[in-house]
Write a protein that binds this ligand. Structure first.
Ligand code: KG4
Ligand code: ZN
Length: 375
């Protein structure tokens, strides 16, 4: 792996909020569960000292999705250098680090194993505490490292427990009550595809490339959301579960009925805008129901939060902020750079778990499946 290649993916560090103490705890976090090899050094005062993300997207693009074997091979080639560069960029040596954290699942097991073994090796060799981070908990807790509202991205919001979380990524779509670190209550979830998967599949049908979310999002900004009618599955039903496969089937049927010569730029933009509007409606409808759920009423979360790769979507952010306002709640989303998979969220979740003593005491096996409610 050429280091030049990695440096181009570098997001740099951010001196974020506080400089509370000389004794801030430093955590090295490693993420490798899908198609990003990433490491970051984050401190307990919410500063990101360095953050390197090596994205494998170009390697998977020609296959229209992530190929697990290729991903695992790319993680092996990248992981050592990503960690080394992160330490260099933070101007730290491994001796300066207090805690090592890595994703131990859920995800593509080949990739998870590589990051996890690297972290275990470092922790064992240096005799430092090791935290096994649930990848979803990384997404769920990162808004506590850094978050803002949709309309004002500059003012940081301190996200306090409990909060109502819309977790939408390539692999998951769930509404959760986040009571505390390790304490998640599932309010609703998808019965079939995740929201990210729906974006990716629509983009694939239109030959727009991978990953589809950001492409469809950009196209939607140029399109007419009223031109095509997509279904809003389950929206006429009570409850907080999602279903996106019907939207996908409707898209397939509409495209099959359209002659290729009619699929011009405007068609694609309008199609993306109409599809995205359906997803936004599903998310707000389900969240609306979640706010009426007895468990949510009892917990009285002050903040509505979105996280995961799909949280990058500006229409979803705006709609959720609106709903939060109507419900007298705050709205918070991580900065764009901390929505898709990244090492900083793993380092932060590592710190939050370390603080409550959740460190690895004996060897553990990484898990391809690992629900937040099992923590
Ligand atoms: O959280 P993430 O990086 O990986 C998983 O843990 O799955 O999420 C990746 C997903 C992909 O499906 C991608 O298409 C979607 O997030 N995504 C978006 C946007 N940016 C990324 N979806 C909608 N709008 C976006 N702007
Ligand atoms: Zn993720």
């Amino acid at each position: 792996m050429e280091s030049d290649n990695i440096i181009r993916m570098d997001m740099g560090g951010t001196q974020n909020h506080n400089n509370n103490s000389d004794k801030a705890t430093l955590c090295l976090g490693i993420e490798s569960s899908c198609d990003e090899t990433s490491a970051a050094i984050v401190d307990s005062d919410k500063n990101i000292l360095a953050h390197i993300i090596y994205s494998q997207i170009p390697e998977h693009q020609k296959y229209g999705g992530v190929v697990p074997e290729l991903a695992a091979r790319a993680h092996i080639l990248a992981v050592d250098e990503v960690i080394k560069l992160t330490l260099e960029r933070a101007n730290k040596t491994i001796d300066d680090i207090d805690v090592i954290a890595a994703t131990a699942g859920p995800g593509l097991i080949g990739g998870v194993l590589i990051g996890w073994m690297a972290a275990t090796g470092i922790a064992n060799a240096t005799n430092k505490p090791l935290v096994a981070v649930n990848h979803l908990e990384g997404h769920a807790l990162v808004p506590r490292l850094s978050a803002a509202s949709a309309s004002d991205s500059k003012t940081n919001i301190d996200v306090e427990f409990p909060y109502l979380l819309m977790l939408a990524s390539g692999g998951h779509c769930q509404i959760l009550l986040v009571h505390n670190v390790g304490k998640y209550e599932l309010i609703g979830q998808t019965l079939d595809d995740s929201a990210g998967e729906a974006f990716d599949k629509i983009a694939k049908m239109l030959n727009l490339g991978y990953p589809g979310g950001p492409i469809v999002d950009n196209r939607a900004k140029l399109g007419d959301a009223k031109r095509f009618h997509f279904p809003r599955p389950l929206c006429d039903k009570p409850g907080c579960d999602f279903s996106f496969s019907g939207i996908k089937t409707a898209a397939r049927m509409m495209l099959d009925k359209t002659s290729e010569s009619d699929i011009n730029e405007q068609f694609i933009n309008d199609f993306c805008a109409s599809f995205q509007a359906a997803v936004v409606d599903c998310i707000t409808n389900r969240l609306h129901n979640a706010l009426k759920d007895e468990r949510v009423k009892v917990a009285q979360p002050k903040t509505m939060v979105v996280a995961g790769g799909v949280a990058k979507n500006s229409a979803i952010r705006a709609a959720m902020e609106n709903l939060a306002k109507q419900s007298n709640m705050l709205f918070a989303a991580p900065p764009m750079s901390l929505c898709t998979d990244n090492g900083a969220m793993i380092a932060w979740a590592g710190l939050e778990n370390y603080k409550i003593g959740k460190v690895v005491k004996e060897p553990i096996a990484p898990r391809p499946r690992w629900s937040l409610t099992e923590l």
